[in-house]
Design a protein around this ligand. Structure first.
Ligand code: ZN
Length: 343
């Protein structure tokens, strides 16, 4: 096979009071100049203010920019500004970190991922999802040069965001099965190592469900490490294949179709149940973990409707050019939803 590049973060700090480590990390990374801090109003209060103060105490100049809806217009404005800075800090959830990724990559400015919630596996990955003309696009970005995850902040994230992060990881189990299928039927490149790391990340959250649910530090630490490991699995694979299959296509389809989509990770976990059943796997094992982790296992517990969910599964196969179980099975959608108990 052709050589491919594996891009990884250089400095990763996970722990309580992690923001206090910023000066030493920046020193190691030789990042001295002015910083652009991207956040939303909430994440500035829970984390951004402390990060800004810590850096300013050390003599850094930090400009805060509050992102609202991250529209194309807002992205262009941030991009137009970013060239003046030596590095970017993305302090927030998926949307903010993806904005930092996009802007940092476009302007060739290194960025540091500062997650405030364990809601998605994009903390360490080199892929960003960006809104463009009312659609969401997956964008190949640089990996963050550093990750600073303060467990004290992350532990207090809203419960649905913690469940969403677990759901994003649970879907790795079926994404890997889809990937195997792509390798078998289409001769796609497949990495045993990336696949094993991705499945391990899912297994870690499933086996830590009690600790995560009770917000024990060990549980939240395992979850954050699993999210970062999933990002690393994608870097090793050189694509999102280890963590995104029919499960994610279902979620992307729901994002277009549903009037009020639910969290990404929640939708992915539900898609994973459907995918597992189609693959002939034991979907009840996934379902049990989902329940333990507070992830809905019935459409009625989510913000979207049954009709929207059925339509999303029907259209999931055409949402992107990726070979999955949707290409090899034609089980009736409604019967499948009933079989796994989603309706
Ligand atoms: Zn995901």
């Amino acid at each position: 096979m052709d050589p491919h590049q594996i891009e990884l973060s250089r400095e990763i700090i996970i722990g309580n009071e992690a923001y206090q480590e910023f000066p030493s990390i920046l020193d190691k990374l030789d990042l001295k100049g002015p910083a652009l801090l991207l956040c939303d109003e909430k994440t500035f209060d829970v984390a951004g203010a402390e990060v800004k103060e810590t850096l300013e105490r050390e003599g850094y100049s930090v400009e805060k920019m509050v992102c609202k809806d991250v529209t194309q217009e807002e992205l262009d404005k941030i991009k137009g500004n970013a060239g003046r800075f030596r590095f970017v800090l993305g302090v927030g959830g998926g949307r903010i970190i993806d904005t930092a990724k996009y802007v940092g990559t476009e302007k060739s400015v290194p960025y540091i991922s500062v997650p405030t919630a364990p809601s998605h596996d994009g903390i360490a990955s080199s892929r960003a999802t960006i809104n463009k003309e009312d659609r969401r696009y997956s964008y190949k970005a640089d990996a963050p040069i550093g990750i600073v995850a303060d467990l004290g902040v992350i532990k207090n994230a809203p419960p649905e965001l913690i469940s969403a992060g677990c759901g994003d990881l649970i879907s790795n189990v079926t994404a890997v099965e889809d990937w195997k299928l792509g390798a078998k039927d289409n001769g796609e490149y497949y990495s045993d190592y990336a696949a094993a790391l991705s499945v391990l990340s899912a297994e870690m959250v499933m086996s830590s469900s009690g600790l995560i649910k009770d917000r024990k530090e060990r549980g939240i630490r395992n979850l954050v490490k699993a999210l970062i490991s999933a990002g690393i699995a994608m870097s090793i694979a050189g694509s999102s294949r280890p963590c995104s299959g029919a499960d994610h296509q279902f979620s992307h389809a729901l994002d277009y179709i549903a009037e009020d989509p639910d969290n990404h990770g929640i939708q992915c976990a539900m898609g994973s149940l459907l995918s597992a059943a189609m693959h002939g796997m034991d979907f009840n094992k996934l379902k049990k973990s989902m329940r333990e982790l507070g992830i809905p296992t019935e459409v009625s517990e989510t913000s979207f409707t049954v009709d929207e969910a059925l339509q999303a599964w029907e259209e999931a196969g055409s949402i992107r050019d990726r070979y999955t179980v949707l290409d090899v099975s034609d089980e009736d959608t409604k019967s499948l939803f009933k079989r796994v108990g989603l309706i």
